[in-house]
Write a protein that binds this ligand. Structure first.
Ligand SMILES: Cc1cc2nc3c(=O)[nH]c(=O)nc-3n(C[C@H](O)[C@H](O)[C@H](O)COP(=O)(O)OP(=O)(O)OC[C@H]3O[C@@H](n4cnc5c(N)ncnc54)[C@H](O)[C@@H]3O)c2cc1C
Length: 177
């Protein structure tokens, strides 16, 4: 039986481990467009803040996939051919499956007003978001943060010693308004 799990986040990894515990013979494939290794998404904010490295956010050692005989495919899925029991990747290649599990997480919802998307505007969910922010964030720049929850709380992660020091003031301004 070939189990294909679309998603290599916490849901995909836990499903793969549970499957392996139940079936030692199964072929298990994890598919992700993001990163070859399962990492802790909540810890991305600490990577951005310069408090840890991406590698240190990986909850498992890198030998786990081999030990568990998990195959990996690092490609973006464009569609599912359900009658044909196959994933179709953006390059047109296919991966057949007997059973398919979606563990694809969620994506950021753009703010519902004009101008909420475009150059200089970022979400913060994926590794690509982190890389884009890292490219653009420079010491001394001003940044506006929309939302003042856990992720951007000035008392939690974003501290005055990270490059975007002005975030603190902007978040506090958001809280006051
Ligand atoms: C900055 C931040 C902080 C957070 N803090 C917390 C917290 O403190 N506590 C908490 O409980 N939760 C927190 N969360 C939420 C938590 O990270 C998510 O709920 C959790 O990661 C969801 O896991 P998942 O496995 O369902 O999806 P994800 O981790 O999003 O994984 C989805 C997987 O699907 C893959 N994928 C999706 N579409 C495709 C495609 N088309 N082709 C190929 N692969 C695809 C992705 O590459 C990825 O591997 C935080 C999230 C963020 C962004």
């Amino acid at each position: 039986m070939h189990f294909v799990i679309l998603g290599n986040g916490v849901a995909g990894m836990e499903a793969a481990l549970a499957l392996r515990a139940r079936d030692d013979e199964a072929r298990i494939t994890l598919v992700s467009a993001e990163h070859d290794h399962f990492f802790s998404r909540p810890a991305l904010m600490y990577v951005f803040a310069g408090q840890t490295s991406l590698r240190d956010t990986e909850p498992h050692d890198r030998g786990l996939y081999e030990r568990m005989r998990f195959e990996r495919v690092s490609r973006r899925v464009a569609s599912v051919d359900a009658p044909g029991h196959a994933l179709v990747f953006v390059d047109g290649s296919r991966l057949g499956y007997d059973r398919l599990l979606f563990a694809v997480g969620s994506k950021a919802r753009p703010a519902p007003w004009p101008g909420a998307e475009g150059t200089g505007l970022h979400s913060f969910v994926t590794l690509r978001d982190l890389e884009a922010l890292d490219r653009e964030a420079r010491k001394g720049m001003r940044a506006a943060v929309l939302g003042g929850g856990l992720i951007v709380s000035p008392d939690n992660v974003i501290t005055p010693d990270i490059p975007l020091a002005n975030i603190r003031a902007m978040v506090e301004a958001c809280h006051e308004s």
